[in-house]
Write a protein that binds this ligand. Structure first.
Ligand code: 13P
Ligand code: SF4
Length: 355
């Protein structure tokens, strides 16, 4: 239940304290914040926890003082995802929550485009990005000038850009989409515009995977790739099936189509978490960023997670220490030129209205 509020997650964690106490033989029983330790005990040793708990306590105090919330993406490290994140989820859920969040300050525990999206939807709020260099290979693959050039080549063709893009690129787009709503968005755009061709940018593999589900449309793609998901191969999946009989394979649609073709299910990070919750496979592998499995596993002790590990280096830039520092110093803040923000916001809001 990735989108549980922290209060609900804390209650759930209380049920697991007994499990945590036995996770490390000889662990001291009087660890600080035991209800949170229960959620990270598989990844953090009892020796490390007191230091981490001190950061968590400092962040919680600062959150109260600043009236701040922490939004955490599903790929965040377990010691962030399971402790200080108030709202967790996929890109779509974080964008939705950013609209309704009741706080003066938003801290984005994710990557830069996610913080920009939060700022676009909350221009009057302070949005803190604990490390401004937490980027994304997809967002870096296309510029606003590229979109303007594409429009000259394809006049009258609507532009749908993945939310993994800069605000400048969003400002040149007609609609945004995420991996959670891409099929819905392109179908709705085709209907609204009365067209069959759509520029779907910049993730080539997402466009190809969506194309399979909308054969009535022609999606024109760009050559952007996610540096984490492009590394998976069909042979990886075959090897996993051979070495882990019965394993259910869930893949993110940023993977190459040949990889998705070998999977049992493809969906956004929230889609994969929901699949595990609803289908309760005995053994599962998530073909995506590897912290995701650690985070989903917390709520599913009876499911065996096979864990190949491709980490997103950008997501890893966020730490408890830089979240604390951001709240202490109220920096770095995400700022977007207001004229540009109006246009970029429109593309995100059209997506939210459609989905
Ligand atoms: P989701 O929208 O599925 O959470 O994906 C975001 C992302 O960056 C995947 O690499
Ligand atoms: Fe970007 Fe890929 Fe990292 Fe997601 S996992 S933030 S798409 S580089």
């Amino acid at each position: 239940m990735l989108d549980m509020p922290i209060a609900a997650r804390a209650d759930h964690a209380a049920d697991s304290i007994a499990g945590a106490a036995t996770a490390f033989a000889g662990a001291p029983v009087s660890l600080p914040l035991p209800h949170l330790y229960a959620r990270v005990a598989k990844h953090i040793t009892p020796a490390e926890w007191p230091l981490i708990a001190r950061e968590v306590e400092a962040i919680e105090r600062l959150k109260r003082e600043r009236n701040a919330v922490v939004l955490g993406h599903n790929y965040q490290a377990p010691e962030i995802f399971n402790t200080v994140a108030d709202i967790v989820g996929d890109s779509l859920a974080l964008a939705r929550e950013a609209v309704t969040v009741d706080a003066d300050v938003i801290v984005m525990a994710g990557v830069h485009f996610m913080a920009e999206t939060a700022k676009l939807l909350n221009p009057s709020k302070t949005v803190l990005m604990p490390d401004m260099s937490a980027g994304c290979s997809l967002a870096d693959s296309i510029t606003a000038a590229d979109i303007r050039l594409l429009r000259q080549h394809y006049p009258g063709v609507p532009v749908v850009t993945y939310v993994n893009t800069s605000a400048e690129v969003k400002a040149e787009s007609d609609y945004c989409c995420t991996s959670g709503n891409a099929v819905k968005v392109v179908r709705a755009v085709a209907k609204e515009w009365g067209v069959t061709r759509i520029l779907m940018l910049p993730d080539e593999y997402l466009a190809q995977n969506v194309q399979k589900q909308v054969p009535e449309l022609e999606l024109i793609a760009w050559k952007g790739h996610c540096e984490v998901h492009e590394r998976f191969t069909p042979q990886d999946i075959r090897d996993l099936r051979e070495n882990h009989p019965g394993v259910v394979v869930l893949a993110h649609p940023e993977c190459p189509p040949e990889v998705v073709a070998e999977a049992d299910y493809a969906g956004s990070t929230a889609g994969m978490a929901d699949y595990v919750r609803d289908e309760k496979p005995a053994r599962v592998v998530l073909i995506t960023e590897c912290s995701m499995a650690d985070n989903v596993a917390v709520n599913h002790p009876d499911v065996e997670f096979v864990r190949p590990c491709n980490l997103c280096p950008h997501m890893r830039r966020i730490t408890l220490a830089n979240i604390r520092r951001a709240l202490e110093t109220m920096s770095p803040q995400v700022e977007i030129d207001p004229a540009l923000a109006v246009r970029a916001r429109a593309a995100v809001e059209r997506m939210l209205a459609l989905s």
